[in-house]
Design a protein around this ligand. Structure first.
Ligand code: PLP
Length: 357
């Protein structure tokens, strides 16, 4: 006889990571293609020498550095084993029964339904607009007395679309102050909107807003697992209570501090990525793909029922991309030669006829 497992776990979809295949170009996970900076690599090597010791469970040095960088207090910052861990911890601190609801747009970051279920709460999904953007009015209208948490993924993974500051503020004004709103800004560094939606700035006067950012994307440390939350001290204190002890390793803390110090170099790279993003999108739009404007490090091809087939065809052409059910395909912006390989596949006359015809 096997041990009894929570029956509701049966309905949790397993997280599907992006495919990888030796020799293929991987544009299926939103990683950066460039390895850590020499300063970060050195910090990692030095930290490894103390691997026999537990890391600082409070991540004091990293939180101090983040607080200084963001112009907030130390008690406004928590760190987690990737920002995805913080997503789960935010459900844990707000929800305590299946009648508690977590609200988010759909399609959005695929971890949201999972962390909601793991937290034994109920997910309420609000469709994106036809333009693949968050429908903030519909999201505000879906708030009920059972709503405990709202995830707003800005820019949205996997569609890349972002909402501006004005719209976001109008939405936050419509949400009751006892509902925690998570502005998930994993791709913040790639945003070039003029009406700039800086969650940390917006959240300064709103204790029910918490912002998530990560070192996994623009800072290039996806493999080390470190992200952070910025919010009201009451929220941060609660997050520290549910934090899995020592889950942010010494290596992750050291690399994050070094990368933050070298941020100018890292953030300069995002300008190059943005140029590449626009080039890729322009080429796809010119070929006939209805790609929405992206503010992230990927683009979205809304191919509906043909998405999986497109993913297979692209893989056969040597480029791994990420299909999402019957909604679309996400393509990460890689190095120019990788993007060129994808573009030459996507623009082939047979491919156009098969997927856009
Ligand atoms: C919107 C969003 N939030 C959070 C994450 C999690 O990032 P990490 O756990 O690596 O910090 C991702 C990663 O893909 C994401 O797309």
């Amino acid at each position: 006889m096997t041990a009894q497992i929570r029956p509701d776990l049966e309905s949790i979809p397993a997280y599907t990571p992006g495919r990888s295949n030796p020799g293929a170009v991987k544009l299926a996970s939103n990683e950066t293609t460039i390895g850590p900076l020499p300063a970060a690599a050195k910090a990692i090597a030095e930290a490894a020498e103390l691997a026999n010791r537990y890391p600082d469970n409070q991540s004091t040095e990293l939180r101090t550095a983040l607080a200084e960088f963001l112009g907030v207090g130390f008690d406004n910052v928590a760190v987690g084993c990737g920002s995805v861990a913080l997503c789960q911890e935010l459900v844990q601190i707000t929800c305590s029964s299946p009648s508690d609801e977590v609200l988010f747009a759909w399609r959005s970051f695929e971890a949201y339904p999972i962390v909601t279920k793991v937290g034994n709460a109920t997910a309420v999904q609000v469709p994106l607009t036809a333009g693949q953007v968050h429908d903030l009015d519909a999201l505000a209208a879906a708030v009920s007395e059972r709503t405990k948490l709202i995830f707003v993924c800005n820019p949205n993974n996997p569609t890349g679309t972002a909402v501006g500051r004005t719209e976001l503020i109008r939405f936050l004004d419509a949400v009751p102050a006892h509902v925690l709103v998570v502005l998930d800004e994993a791709y913040y560094e790639y945003v070039r909107l003029t009406d700039h939606p800086d969650g940390v700035e917006i959240g300064r006067t709103r204790p029910n807003v918490v912002v998530l950012r990560t070192f996994s994307k623009a800072y290039g440390l996806a493999g080390l697992r470190v992200g952070y939350a910025v919010g009201d001290p009451a929220v941060i204190t609660a997050l520290l209570k549910v934090h899995i002890p020592f889950s942010v390793s010494r290596l992750a803390q050291a690399a994050a501090i070094a990368s933050l110090e070298a941020r100018h170099e890292l953030l300069d790279r995002t300008d190059l990525l943005v140029v590449e993003r626009e080039r890729v999108r322009d080429a796809l739009v010119a070929a006939g793909y209805p790609v929405p404007p992206s503010e992230a490090n990927f683009v979205w091809l809304p191919l509906g029922a043909r998405s999986a087939e497109f993913g297979e065809a692209s893989a056969a052409a040597g480029v791994l991309v990420r299909p999402y059910g019957t909604d679309g395909v996400r393509v990460t912006i890689g190095d120019p030669h990788e993007n060129d390989l994808f573009l030459s596949f996507a623009a082939e006359p047979e491919v156009l006829a098969r997927f856009l015809g």
